[in-house]
Design a protein around this ligand. Structure first.
Ligand code: F0G
Length: 436
């Protein structure tokens, strides 16, 4: 019913689902999971079935990923490893809309997943596949969120789990999660790209099962967010979908999800998918600016948005297809722009981690440039929870945030500083009166 296929059509490599390959064994290009038989049901009956499942008490029916299982590469009797992922809110964000110059803006908050990031939607599928393959050791390289997510799902599946993280570059909250869930954390002297290279080589020697987004099963899980979003919008997709770009798995997954929905006539058009990168970690934006001619990695990526501090994204070819096919764009935003956009999202009562705020910062620029029109429908994907990086937040609001390397101060345009008040009732009373 499904196969793993090389994305390089000239190669034509096609492999069984249970071959542990990660990349094509013929040409080394990325693999993608593809359906080989037509869908058994039409769009209308599947839409009704998926809605119906929301009323069920069954764990699979209630998962925002497995609810769409007709599009997932498994038999019905597979043992699923789930934490009730997905089903995340789509918020109207008026202050952020105003800030970005739009009439309205919706935020799809993937930080409302069990471990606080979008990674869970892919991890439930990748760890289910790992269990099916009888894996002993699962592993990943991570800037923190993949680590936290894998650690949790591996714990549920009672598997050994190892995580490679760049030393001193992962937020405490993310590390704390991985430790509590029982993963073995290996801090590596080097950045994310070094961790990724090493772990990929070890996976190819069959020492472990790799669940970074190079693993096509991760993308299968993450693509269901497109399904959920389309359903939330009553199958009227937005004009623009904007996502942050790091290793580029997420943008690839949205591309695949909307492509499949369009191909099977669930939706009548695809949204334009735009990717936003931090100025100091922007190999994909440079590639886009160069017309997609030659992809070069960035040797020393730098950004305070540590989740996307990545110079050699593995999924750039798939992400390029998503952007190119839908007529999206790829731009960068500065540390200052990220910080201010993040504080603005917070004032909508929503909040997110720095990497997620690249979206609102990016939309503001795309509106200014006329790429997004004021009245178009726009959805930004928030990828991680506010509490993932509280150090950043406290520094911003106490005017202590500074750029990496140069240490140049970032302006706290929307600072909300803590008031120090003496422990006398009249002092507290007068502070509260001053507020009004
Ligand atoms: N936002 C957050 C909060 C992330 O954690 C990541 C990636 C991204 C955006 C970028 O997504 O890689 O699919 O383009 N974090 C990975 C990790 C690399 O290890 O947690 P992407």
């Amino acid at each position: 019913m499904f196969v793993q296929r090389c994305i390089n059509r000239d190669c034509g490599g096609e492999f069984d689902l249970d071959e542990r390959l990660y990349v094509c064994s013929r040409c080394g290009d990325l693999l993608e999971i593809e359906r080989t038989e037509p869908l058994a049901q039409d769009a209308e009956s599947l839409r009704a079935l998926w809605l119906e499942r929301l009323r069920s008490r069954d764990v699979l029916d209630r998962s925002g990923v497995w609810r769409f299982r007709e599009f997932l590469p498994f038999d019905d009797d597979v043992a699923v490893v789930s934490l009730g992922e997905g089903n995340t809110p789509l918020y109207e964000a008026p202050r952020s809309a105003d800030y970005a110059g739009l009439t309205s803006l919706k935020l799809k908050h993937q930080g409302n997943n069990p471990t606080g990031s979008f990674k869970d939607t892919g991890m439930t599928v990748a760890v289910t596949q790992a269990l099916k393959l009888g894996t002993r050791l699962v592993a990943c390289a991570s800037t923190g969120n993949t680590a936290a997510s894998l650690a949790a799902y591996a714990a549920r599946a009672r598997m050994l789990c190892a995580i490679l993280v760049p030393e001193g570059q992962v937020s405490d909250a993310k590390l704390a999660q991985a430790l509590d869930y029982g993963a073995k954390v290996l801090e590596i002297e080097g950045n994310f790209d070094v961790c990724m290279r090493v772990i990929k080589n070890l996976a190819e020697q069959n020492l472990l099962y790799l669940v970074n987004s190079i693993n096509p099963f991760r993308i299968e899980g993450q693509k269901t967010v497109a399904f959920e979003l389309a359903e939330q919008l009553e199958w009227e997709v937005p004009d623009h979908l904007v996502v942050p770009g790091g290793n580029l798995g997420n943008s690839s997954a949205f591309g695949k999800g909307f492509r499949e929905l369009f191909g099977h006539r669930f939706i009548s058009k695809q949204p334009r998918i735009s990717v936003i990168q931090a100025e100091g970690a922007a190999p994909f934006a440079r590639f886009y600016a160069g017309g997609g001619a030659r992809f070069t990695a960035e040797e020393k990526p730098q950004t305070l948005a540590t989740a996307i501090k990545i110079g050699a994204p593995v999924s750039w070819k798939k992400a390029w297809r998503a952007v190119h096919e839908t007529g999206g764009g790829v731009i960068t935003v500065s540390e200052q722009e990220i910080a201010d956009a993040k504080a603005t999202i917070g004032r909508d009562g929503i909040g997110c981690e720095p990497a997620s705020a690249t979206t609102v910062a990016g939309i503001r620029k795309l509106v200014e440039d006329g790429f997004i029109k004021k009245d178009e429908s726009v959805v930004a994907v928030l990828t991680g929870h506010l509490l993932k990086d509280t150090d950043y937040v406290i520094k911003y609001h106490s005017e202590m945030l500074s750029k990496p390397e140069s240490h140049e101060r970032i302006r706290s345009t929307f600072a909300n500083s803590i008031m120090r008040v003496a422990d006398r009732p009249c002092a507290i009373e007068s502070a509260l009166r001053d507020l009004q």
